[in-house]
Write a protein that binds this ligand. Structure first.
Ligand SMILES: Cc1ncc(COP(=O)(O)O)c(C=O)c1O
Length: 400
């Protein structure tokens, strides 16, 4: 038989996070206990008021296609949220509702990128921002995030990497996998560059509500002159614990939304009708449901950060957002002559803790392990204890 798979499929692989998850699940099927720190999925149930809205919508018989762009009530609610909470000038015509944020990202990148075009992406990064450009024949050009800079972008490096083919830059704040947030100062510097060099900014703000210690989340589209060149990506998965509902959106100038919709129509037609109704309720009727989840994440984060920093050979800064700790394991890797991938595998096999090697998010992730603290407090306590025991066994001389 001839080869049927397109050449572009060879440019990407399967998700490294899912690979760890599958291995962990196989171990569980074989009767072993595994503590899951690998998946970026809130462990809370979706708040009741949102579930109730979906059920009521179904009972009202709202089971048909909506407008491709999304239910007008939801688009208006999203525009209201972006204007009042994110200070982004926005109307319903600036919003397209998608099947999970992942779909909006795919459509938006495809709308903008031609083969050979360049897009600046952080390294480390959630890998869709590398894989989607690759499959489109575009070139993801990485800019480095470094722990010693508080994971902020280096604006000089970015300027040096912009060429005539650069169409856009991706930023993710709060960040997956580092858990860091970009400061207003960094974003103001970046906005200046984007306007001077005439590039678009794709701002992924899906973790925006998961922010700790009173830190400020700044939407780059709210800065003067930036609305017209920013695509703001957001969704319901992380803030409202709705990963399985598949509801996201992109906000951008109306002329872009019109083009994105051409792809969206062909790919999915529209997001599910009753899920969109529940999305309106999620945004408009929220009381303290998200705040309570954030408080619990913070409790887990504080425990985990302290426990990890007490393990000889491991360290981590306090993440200001999302639910990830990017653990620096360079010392352990150096002494054991393991890569972070090998160390992650060792920890899964010997301690039953599933962590993701930093290299799954790009080359700059070498020497790091991503831990998701979207798991119960008890599991975090137990997982950190096992992590300590295993790392100590790897080299007993490190024992404090
Ligand atoms: C940075 C980032 N953007 C987007 C997404 C996708 O979100 P959704 O579940 O809405 O597709 C994820 C999921 O992990 C993510 O980490």
């Amino acid at each position: 038989m001839k080869t049927f798979i397109s050449e572009k499929m060879s440019t990407i692989g399967l998700s490294g996070i899912r690979k760890v998850n599958e291995k962990a699940l196989a171990m569980e099927r074989a009767g072993k206990k595994v503590i899951h720190f690998e998946i970026g999925r809130p462990d809370f149930d979706t708040p009741d008021y949102i579930k109730k809205a979906a059920k009521e919508s179904l009972d009202r018989g709202e089971v048909f296609y909506t407008s491709n762009l999304g239910d007008m009530g939801l688009r208006e609610a999203i525009a209201w949220k972006l204007e009042t909470q994110n200070h982004i000038p926005c109307k319903a015509e600036n919003v397209l509702v998608s099947v999970g944020l992942s779909e909006a990202i795919f459509d938006a990148l495809m709308t903008v990128l031609d083969p050979g075009d360049e897009i600046l992406v952080p390294d480390p990064v959630w890998m869709n921002y590398v894989n989607v450009p690759r499959v489109l024949g575009a070139v993801p050009v990485s800019y480095t995030l470094k722990e010693e800079n508080g994971w902020q972008m280096d604006l000089k490096e970015i300027c040096g990497k912009i060429t005539d083919r650069t169409k856009a830059l991706v930023l993710v704040t709060p960040n997956n996998p580092t858990g860091s947030t970009l400061s207003r100062k960094t974003l103001e510097g970046l906005a200046k560059i984007a306007m001077e060099k005439d590039i678009l900014v794709f701002a992924d703000e899906v973790y925006e509500r998961l922010i700790y210690d009173g830190a400020e989340h700044v939407s780059i589209a709210s800065l003067p002159g930036m609305q017209e060149r920013t695509f703001t990506f957001n969704g319901f998965s992380k803030a409202y614990s709705m990963t399985g509902w598949r509801l996201g959106y992109v906000a951008a100038p109306a002329e872009f939304i019109k083009e994105i919709n051409k792809l969206h129509q062909n790919a999915v037609t529209c997001a599910p009708s009753f899920v969109q109704k529940a999305g309106i309720t999620a945004l408009c009727d929220e009381k303290n449901e998200v705040t309570e989840m954030v408080e619990e994440y913070k409790r887990r984060r504080d425990y985990a950060v302290k426990a990890i920093n007490e393990i000889p050979g491991l360290s981590c800064p306090i993440p200001g957002g999302a639910f990830y700790i990017f653990i620096n394991c360079k010392e352990v890797c150096a002494r054991t002559e393991m890569t972070s991938q090998e160390l992650a595998e060792y920890l899964l096999e010997h301690a039953g803790i599933a962590l993701v090697a930093g290299t799954v998010f790009g080359d700059s992730g070498e020497g790091y392990l991503r831990m998701s603290f979207a798991n119960s407090y008890e599991n975090i306590v137990e997982g950190c204890r096992k992590l300590r025991e295993c790392v100590e066994k790897l080299n007993p001389s490190w024992k404090a």
